[in-house]
Design a binder for this molecule. Structure first.
Ligand SMILES: NC(=O)c1ccc[n+]([C@@H]2O[C@H](COP(=O)([O-])OP(=O)(O)OC[C@H]3O[C@@H](n4cnc5c(N)ncnc54)[C@H](O)[C@@H]3O)[C@@H](O)[C@H]2O)c1
Ligand SMILES: O=C(O)CC[C@@H](O)C(=O)O
Length: 410
């Protein structure tokens, strides 16, 4: 049962993992949040459970898995901040049904990923990874064999969202002809062209770049069959999620020289920290660029993400605004000077709103403002009242069947 007093900020525990940027710490501290537990890496599950038990907010990147069983231990958790774009590492539904809002930074590292992909296309089309290694070993591989300009070449983008479209514009400005495949009909930017079938796209283009999220439909979407559809001598780039590509099948296609090269930033299993060994069948293969999931890791992006996500968490903590949440009913709230704000998260079942409103009519409590938003499963109602009534109202609200979580702000 929640307390009927607004929690003192110094008692609100914020758990930050995976070395989120200093800008996030600065933001929390500037807003009066001093109880911050900070870790540079992700935590093993047992330690994660220990630390999340008394946390009110958690900030993670892509490595920490917030599964149903971990969230079941997080009884005090109010919100999760994913300091990245992807939210596949969080069981969003398990969070929702526990009244935990999830936020991310949907655009802050988009440009960083697109820039890296452009660089990789050029490097791979010139065979630079191999030539670089040869030079470092004292050799000399001066040759134009298998070296091409990107001008006039065909780029196939799979997933024409924020990153895919950014890449499309940049590639076209460098003279590439862009085609894309997406499950949704998308407005083509510039002269790009949507292709209805994945097979047709793959058989047409010189470079394939994947920019889909990790979902049930994208897990293992790129295996031996899809690699087989690609042109001889083409290139594959994956900076989306490691589960999207069958790495063993890719290694075979590189070894057999069917593909000219690949750049892979994300892997089915990634080391938990920089101290752990990276294991992959792609290690040691010619003309393969391997990067440690750093597509979005630039100083600019990480700083922006730190500010963006911490601001969303602070706003939700301080005033209840949930806009831009990825799993939660979105409510934009004004400030509430002189009033106490009651936040009630409940199962979206028939009759619950009338029970909530009865609390106020039956107890003669005037509602200064009321805001409501629901999604299929959960409702989020915010009610501002005079200070002297908030304790009674909150106690009554907590007794309503279907209540998931309550808070009071003042
Ligand atoms: N390597 C990195 O460091 C890094 C950085 C940022 C994002 N990412 C990954 O990139 C992904 C894409 O980011 P975004 O911001 O462009 O996302 P987005 O949601 O804007 O775009 C994703 C696109 O993929 C499409 N899509 C979904 N399922 C598909 C399918 N089965 N086949 C074809 N298209 C499909 C969607 O319709 C959408 O247009 C993120 O979800 C994240 O996992 C990786
Ligand atoms: O910073 C990370 O760990 C993840 C980066 C990227 O994959 C994202 O989803 O934004």
């Amino acid at each position: 049962m929640s307390k009927t007093v607004s929690l003192d900020k110094s008692k609100i525990k914020i758990l930050l993992l995976e070395g989120v940027h200093q800008s996030a710490l600065d933001m929390f501290q500037s807003q009066g949040y001093s109880n911050i537990e900070y870790h540079k890496g992700s935590l093993p599950e047992e330690q994660l459970i220990e630390s999340i038990r008394d946390a009110h907010f958690i900030g993670i990147r892509s490595r920490t898995q917030l599964t149903e069983s971990v969230l079941a231990e997080a009884q005090k958790l109010v919100a999760i901040g994913c300091f990245c774009i992807g939210t596949n590492q969080v069981d969003l539904n398990a969070a929702l049904t526990r009244g935990i809002a999830v936020f991310n930074a949907p655009y802050s590292n988009t440009r960083s990923v697109a820039e890296l992909v452009i660089a990789e296309i050029i490097m791979l089309m010139r065979g630079i990874p191999e030539k670089n290694i040869v030079c470092h070993r004292g050799g000399w591989m001066k040759s134009a064999d298998n070296s091409y300009e990107i001008r006039g070449k065909k780029l196939g983008i799979i997933g024409y969202g924020s990153i895919g479209t950014q890449l499309s514009v940049m590639a076209e400005s460098m003279g590439m002809k862009v085609y894309y495949y997406d499950v949704v009909t998308k407005l083509p930017l510039g002269n790009a062209q949507q292709i209805a079938s994945l097979e047709e796209l793959l058989s047409k283009v010189d470079v394939v770049s994947l920019h889909v999220p990790e979902t049930a439909s994208t897990k293992n979407m790129f295996g031996a069959r899809e690699l087989g559809w690609m042109k001889e001598g083409s290139i594959l780039i994956n900076a989306s999620r490691g589960t999207v590509v069958d790495i063993e099948a890719l290694a075979e296609n590189i070894t057999s020289k069917k593909l000219l090269g690949a750049a892979i930033d994300v892997f089915p299993v990634e080391p938990r920290s920089n101290k752990d060994e990276f294991l992959s069948p792609l290690r040691g293969l010619d003309n393969v660029i391997l990067t440690p999931h750093i597509g979005g890791s630039t100083m600019e992006a990480q700083e922006m993400i730190g500010v963006e996500v911490s601001e969303k968490l602070v706003r939700y903590s301080d005033n209840g605004t949930s806009t831009m949440s990825v799993n939660f009913p979105e409510v934009a709230l004004p400030s509430h000077p002189g009033k106490h704000r009651l936040l009630h998260i409940h199962k979206n079942v028939p009759g619950i709103m009338s029970q909530i409103n009865s609390v106020f009519s039956e107890n003669n409590i005037n509602i200064a403002s009321q805001f409501l938003q629901t999604n299929e499963n959960v409702g989020y109602v915010v009610i501002d009242v005079d200070a002297e009534y908030s304790e009674l109202a909150l106690q009554k609200l907590q007794q309503i069947q279907g209540t998931i979580k309550t808070r009071v702000l003042f």
